[in-house]
Design a protein around this ligand. Structure first.
Ligand SMILES: NC(=O)c1ccc[n+]([C@@H]2O[C@H](COP(=O)([O-])OP(=O)(O)OC[C@H]3O[C@@H](n4cnc5c(N)ncnc54)[C@H](OP(=O)(O)O)[C@@H]3O)[C@@H](O)[C@H]2O)c1
Length: 392
């Protein structure tokens, strides 16, 4: 199906899961920033709650309300048929997400989500990438703090370095923020499934074509004091390095041999040690069903940090890039990473897919590959800063 022929669909963008914590923030962002004439809708399983949300949105009378349930595949196909771009916050994605991806891949509908779950991303690649390529659908995961600043930050850093030479980039993440019930549920779910996550990664590796004549890797790195950013650097095993490497595999600009390492940057050693211990304890507890149930009761879906806490939150990701005799230090920074800025990145990604002139891509693609410069420009204009801090 040709993308240009899709203007007969009633909507440009549908936001599924609009009544959740990030969904509501994303709907508010779209209501405030979508250009006039954008045909968009909020979707979810409770029509009454969607209508309540619409009443609170400035200009909400022009926003449509669509009912769909993750447990009802026919309602998901109907959603996918009615829009050009479908943005979903309904997670954990490995539990609720696959039918919607299948519907988008079948109907040539561009799809984006907020997943940070490697198992889900790998399953989608194995099961739906080929169909999406046939229909022209772009399947773009991790369009929030996971992984936009890291993927586009590495992309931005690479572009400051010479072409055609081996490049290495280290990313150092600093955040001050709290998280929501939905994020907590997704993290617990992920910690509880390490074997399935590894099995999905192996399955993907069997399906993915080999990279010919070039290399791209993300070795874990080791804890160290990183003088270049003046902090302790702890390897951060999130989905971000996997996404960065997929961008490097797809784009020649990353050079013949690209290496990315991803770290949390912590100023004080006791904080670093405490952080590692806390994550380890959470991961261990998630393996035990009663402990997991107790933990998941601590923070309910739909709950999240207050507006005051979010206003005090911030993030900064510093990148040190090297290659061809050059070294560059860059930084991506913004406000509340998990929610305010995630809603902004998510909404701007949806608008970018719906409205911007982008390189022709299809199938499972990263934010850098699908939207690169266009999304960078949108985010810079929206207050998420990408800048060169030092060059040598
Ligand atoms: N990438 C990032 O950086 C980032 C940042 C933040 C969050 N996230 C992820 O985004 C997701 C959402 O987080 P959140 O805090 O917004 O969670 P949340 O508040 O619990 O929202 C979840 C949404 O899913 C909907 N939902 C649940 N089951 C459904 C079903 N069967 N059919 C239709 N809709 C259903 C909920 O609808 P109801 O309102 O009807 O319950 C709600 O709208 C999580 O997976 C989280 O990990 C990612």
């Amino acid at each position: 199906m040709n993308r240009l022929k899709r203007t007969d669909r009633p909507y440009d963008v549908v936001l599924f899961g609009a009544t959740g914590f990030v969904g509501t923030l994303t709907a508010e962002y779209l209501a405030a920033h979508a250009p006039d004439g954008l045909r968009w809708a909020i979707a979810g399983r409770s029509e009454a709650r969607l209508r309540e949300l619409r009443e609170r949105l400035p200009g909400g009378e022009s926003v449509a309300v669509l009912r769909a349930d993750a447990a009802d595949p026919a309602s998901l196909s109907e959603l996918a048929r009615r829009t050009r771009v479908l943005a979903t916050t309904v997670g954990p994605y490995v539990t609720y997400g696959e039918e919607l991806v299948a519907a988008c891949a079948d109907n040539g509908t561009d799809y984006l989500d907020l997943t940070g779950e490697p198992e889900f991303v790998d399953l989608v690649y194995v099961r739906h990438d080929a169909r999406a390529r046939e229909t022209g659908a772009r399947l773009v995961h991790a369009c929030g703090f996971d992984s936009v600043p890291h993927d586009l930050g590495a992309y931005f850093t690479v572009r400051q370095l010479p072409e055609g030479v081996p490049l290495s980039v280290d990313g150092f993440v600093r955040v001050d923020a709290a998280f929501s019930g939905g994020t907590f549920a997704s993290a617990l779910n992920q910690f509880a499934r390490p074997l399935r996550m590894r099995a999905a990664a192996r399955e993907r590796a069997r399906h993915e074509p080999r990279l010919m004549g070039r290399r791209a890797s993300a070795p874990a790195g080791a804890p160290r004091f990183a003088g270049e950013v003046g902090a302790w650097a702890l390897p951060l095993p999130t989905i971000d390095p996997q996404i960065v490497v997929r961008s490097a595999r797809a784009l020649e600009r990353y050079g013949p041999d690209f290496r990315y390492r991803h770290y949390a940057a912590v100023e004080r050693l006791p904080v670093a040690v405490g952080g590692v211990a806390a994550v380890g304890a959470l991961a261990a507890a998630a393996q035990v069903p009663p402990a997991r149930r107790w933990l998941s009761g601590r923070l309910q879906p739909g709950e999240g940090p207050s507006a005051e806490r979010r206003a005090r939150s911030w993030f900064s990701v510093r990148f040190v890039g090297e290659g061809g005799g050059r070294r560059v230090l860059t930084e991506v920074s913004g406000g509340d990473p998990g929610y305010g800025e995630t809603a902004k990145m998510f909404a701007e990604s949806a608008l970018c897919l719906a409205l911007d002139d982008l390189p022709p891509t299809a199938g499972q693609v990263t934010t850098a590959v699908a939207m690169g410069d266009a999304l960078l420009a949108r985010l810079n204009a929206a207050g998420i800063t990408f800048r060169v801090a030092a060059h040598r």
